[in-house]
Design a protein around this ligand. Structure first.
Ligand SMILES: [Zn+2]
Length: 126
């Protein structure tokens, strides 16, 4: 994901007099997946490669930050906004022990690329 807009502030207020809230890129991504794309939490968590619990925490933090920015008229900066995020998911085959990586957003692989077995699982690295 790349982000073009990385700084938001209330119009007509000088930046130096604004308090700034920093939104991490994964927090923005969590909001994008759920609030913009309408994904369920479990699907969104899978796409981001985190547990549902972790995802819920990220989303909760993100929403609280954005709500505060709007309600209290603060500036919002997105951290790491110019960085193209290329996260990998790791899968491990239970048959041949082959381990391979796939970027997010490409869906779950159908079978192990080495032995074609369907008995593989996601390695959780977080
Ligand atoms: Zn295999």
């Amino acid at each position: 994901m790349s982000v073009d807009c990385t700084y938001f502030k209330p119009a007509g207020v000088p930046t130096r007099s604004l308090e700034e809230v920093v939104l991490a890129i994964d927090e923005l991504e969590a909001m994008r997946l759920v609030d913009v794309n309408g994904l369920y939490h479990d699907k969104a968590a899978e796409q981001m490669g985190v547990s549902r619990r972790t995802f819920g925490r990220i989303l909760d933090t993100a929403r609280k930050k954005v709500a505060r920015v709007l309600v209290e008229g603060m500036a919002l900066r997105i951290e790491g906004g110019h960085i193209e995020i290329v996260k990998q998911r790791t899968f491990a085959c239970s048959e041949c022990r082959h381990i391979w990586n796939l970027p997010f957003g490409t869906g779950r692989p159908k079978s192990c690329p080495a032995c074609d077995s369907k008995r593989f699982r996601r390695e959780v690295t977080t």
